[in-house]
Ligand binder design. Sequence first.
Ligand code: TYD
Ligand code: MG
Length: 423
Amino acid sequence: MAKAPPIKHQCRECEAICQGWYGKCPSCHAWGTIEEVAATPDAKPGRITLSKSGSGAGGPTPLSLADQLAPVARVECGIHEVDRVLGGGLVGGSVILVGGPPGIGKSTLMLQVSARLARNVGTVLYASGEESIGQISSRARRLGTEPERLLVLADTHVEGIVRAAEKIGDALACVVVDSIQTVYSVAHDGLPGNASQIRAVSAQLIGFAKSNNIPVILVGHVTKDGQLAGPKLLEHMVDVVLSFEGDEERATRLLRATKNRFGSTMELGVFEMTGTGLSEVSNPSEAFLAERPEGSPGSCVTASLEGTRPLLLEVQALLAKSCGGSPRRTCVGVDSTRLAMLMAVLDRHGEVFALDQDVFVNVAGGMRLFEPAADLAVLLAVASSHLRKPLARDCVVIGEVGLTGEIRQATRLEPIGEGRARG
Ligand code: TYD
Ligand code: MG
């Protein structure tokens, strides 16, 4: 009698192999994702088949020659805030995942990037499973850009998208897929957006990018808790993960790299959503401080280094009489544990007795300040609000505050070269 293939347990999110069935994956901690799969000897995940030379396709390469054999070629799209976050432009054959909440402006940004690439570099294929060609074209008109080399495709089959991209041939500069959750592969079961479809679609698009040396941009949705929807594995598969953030009440949009195989993850791109698309904010400090009230207590300016660019940011604090119970500490853009520590330091070493007050701290413009060098600005904003004394308008403070009340010098205070100091 033929022996039944052995059964193993595997997480469908992260593909980790488990000893048995678990409700929660021991590797990625997702619930209800462990399922039984037949273990076939030649389909073992994680097993790498080595070529005869003992390495990948080309055999081992001296590291000192690697740059000459496979140089990293970049194309700038011409939108400087995007190019800077990418580390200097799009790398040929790279796969970039752009995530963000619905309505934040992902499709708008990608259409603007596509239009610039089409104008400056070559043909761009913009495949959308979310919007009709009519909708995309009316958005392009609103953005004031309809270059000839921008081709739109309303197709939800990954096979059709890859075929259309291959047909363009050498003229192709970039492929954009909006969104990865709406596209599916006919060769796989399941509805678009489920983990195995996302994995299959991404694998085909990554394969296309690598074998044709064409950058591919995938737009992805995020879940309610801000995580990219779909298997966690997707973030490991792509080269760059960008997050597009902002809130509905404000026009400011921030682009950050949370993973970048070809550059830093510290750079920040700043945009403003206008009636005619996203416009670059080349001097964010000016924009963030534009509405700073004059002579008001509770406001302090600090400088924060976002990648290579120093930004001036305003920390605001408001202290108010607490109405019984334990006083509230509400922080937006600042760490609440750090605030509690600074309140204790002020009480013990600064003779500002405000531990019984409700404290609200906010970084203006929706920015975040989690570096210790922002301590002094938070502390002074709190003290200024409590004592009702405004700080000098042209005062900028940077410094970490220690538990004994000492102020420590911030790191990375060295002078920045002319080109880097802009903004
Ligand atoms: P969109 O790019 O569709 O968001 P996403 O792809 O992340 O879901 O942007 C939608 C929002 O942007 C919508 O609320 C309208 C606004 N918007 C503008 O304010 N100005 C514009 O020029 C465009 C095209 C959109
Ligand atoms: Mg969209």
